[in-house]
Design a protein around this ligand. Structure first.
Ligand SMILES: [Fe+2]
Ligand SMILES: [Fe+2]
Length: 269
């Protein structure tokens, strides 16, 4: 199976970058299943129904969330009708679900969404929360497991790798919006600390630079905003797996608004 994972899609420029790049990349790399993070998809904050339908129409199969999952209240009705997750370790009473299970060409696959602790909303311990969840998925015969660890701290993401590497197929990080260059396959688990945003590449974490500059220099400036025009970047990882749900190949793909692309493959050192 070939699995594609996209990080935080930020605003309209991010959605347009997905529309421009994903359909042709799916064909070119025979991608069977695509996971993406929606938490900033609608003007930087949360997800509307219109934008959810738009993103699914480009070939995304399941979307994960994070600390901005609930910024648009429409998500509460979307959870029951669309393959949309929120972090598993939100309290039990929080609407939505942190695990999606389905089939791709007859093969069972699960997607799990988790959120870190550092700098994040109050939630349960992600490490103790995910262990019984993965055990249950494995006992149900699911070998293909994809985890989105939505976290600020790289150390939390690397710690999770060592907890889960023998049991999950892909563990990717989201939230920082800045891609890291550590994509690797570790004991059959494809891992990257952060895929990085899909959206504006010439601002501050996908947002207009004017406001963060003003806040930095004067302490005022208001909320983050998405610029009307910007240079964009589409980023995804593509992971090939075997029948046992182990990763056997991985690459990072970046497509720029000017048509330039960069593809880096993992190789054994
Ligand atoms: Fe984000
Ligand atoms: Fe986030």
């Amino acid at each position: 199976m070939i699995i594609g994972c996209i990080g935080d899609i930020v605003g309209k420029p991010g959605r347009e970058a997905v529309a421009a790049a994903l359909p042709s990349l799916k064909e070119r790399f025979d991608i069977d299943f695509v996971v993406a993070n929606y938490e900033n998809a609608s003007h930087g904050f949360g997800l509307t129904e219109k934008n959810a339908k738009e993103l699914f129409s480009y070939g995304i199969d399941v979307m994960t969330g994070g600390n901005h999952s609930f910024d648009k209240k429409e998500i509460l009705t979307l959870f029951g009708t669309h393959p949309l997750l929120r972090p598993l370790n939100y309290p039990e009473a929080t609407p939505g679900c942190g695990v999606w299970c389905g089939k791709v060409h007859g093969t069972n696959i699960a997607v799990v969404n988790l959120m870190g602790h550092y700098g994040m909303p109050m939630a349960d311990n992600p490490f103790t929360k995910i262990v019984p969840t993965i055990e249950k998925l494995k006992s149900d015969g699911i070998r293909h497991i994809v985890v989105d660890m939505h976290a600020e701290a790289s150390a939390e993401k690397q710690t999770l790798l060592h907890l889960l590497k023998k049991d999950v197929t892909v563990l990717f990080g989201t939230h920082t919006h800045v891609g890291t260059d550590d994509l690797d396959i570790i004991e059959g688990c494809a891992y990257v600390t952060d895929i990085g945003l899909t959206g504006c590449r010439d601002g501050v974490i996908g947002m207009d630079k004017k406001i963060p500059l003003s806040r930095a220099l004067t302490g005022t400036g208001g909320h983050h905003d998405i610029p009307k025009r910007c240079k964009t970047l589409f980023q995804m990882i593509v992971v090939e797996t075997n029948d046992d749900g182990r990763a056997v190949d991985a690459k990072k793909i970046k497509v720029y608004d000017n048509g330039h692309e960069r593809i880096e493959s993992v190789f054994e050192i």
